[in-house]
Design a protein around this ligand. Structure first.
Ligand SMILES: [Fe+2]
Length: 229
């Protein structure tokens, strides 16, 4: 994995880690599990987590100060996890976007309904020169009876990002089943922890230390290293 491309480690601005000292403690733990670099992705979701590039970068600098204070030298940077909701297109049109290197953009949807205009939004993203990465496709229940939609999203140019804990059944048995299926068909391009809190860390540690993570995922050609390290 090398680089974690999806996490909520930037403190105090979404439903992730509450303060910089918790973030530093968890980053230390994740480094112990082999992660070398973190591209953090706070939610940008107008109705619930109305972040902007400015709020994200200022919280990142709080985290960076705490890392420096602890003498921890680890590359930590920021992008975001964009909810494809009502305000998204305005941000895109205004160029008010904080992308990954090389203009990759992490996007998510509500878990229960495919957004109206999804395909048009993906088209707009690409028209602006961004490359969409769909976060955790295995978690969208509205696709469970419509697996052909996964093919369509790939066709439209979306990369797929697996949540590390999905194949353990952490989220649900169905998310586990779909993740195993998408792994088998080599539909995923990237993997991320999507870590929000200590419970995630405990489960990730368990998954890694038991050898199950390596058994299930080490042979898979994830592109985290090639694209982002
Ligand atoms: Fe996330």
């Amino acid at each position: 994995m090398g680089v974690d491309i999806h996490s909520h480690l930037i403190p105090g601005i979404d439903d992730g880690l509450p303060d910089a000292s918790s973030s530093v403690r968890i980053i230390k733990e994740l480094r112990g599990l082999g992660l070398e670099k973190f591209i953090c992705t706070p939610h940008i979701y107008d109705e619930i987590h109305p972040n902007t590039p400015k709020t994200i970068l200022s919280a990142l600098s709080v985290l960076q100060k705490e890392l420096d204070h602890e003498g921890l030298s680890v590359p930590v940077s920021a992008s975001a996890e964009y909810m494809l909701g009502s305000g998204f297109r305005d941000k895109l049109n205004a160029g008010d976007i904080i992308p990954f290197p090389n203009k990759y953009l992490l996007i998510e949807m509500p878990y229960n309904t495919e957004p109206m205009q999804l395909e048009a939004m993906i088209f707009d993203i690409e028209l602006k020169g961004y490359l969409p990465i769909l976060a955790h496709p295995e978690r969208y229940s509205f696709y469970y009876d419509h697996p052909e939609r996964y093919d369509k999203l790939k066709e439209l140019g979306c990369l797929f990002q697996l949540n590390l804990l999905s194949p353990t059944g952490y989220y649900s048995p169905k998310a586990k089943q779909i993740s195993v299926k998408l792994l088998k068909s080599k539909a995923y391009d990237l993997i991320g922890t999507d870590l929000h809190h200590d419970r995630h860390l405990f489960r990730i540690r368990e998954f890694v230390k038991s050898g199950q993570a390596a058994e299930l995922l080490s042979a898979y050609p994830f592109k985290n290293h090639d694209l982002f390290l």
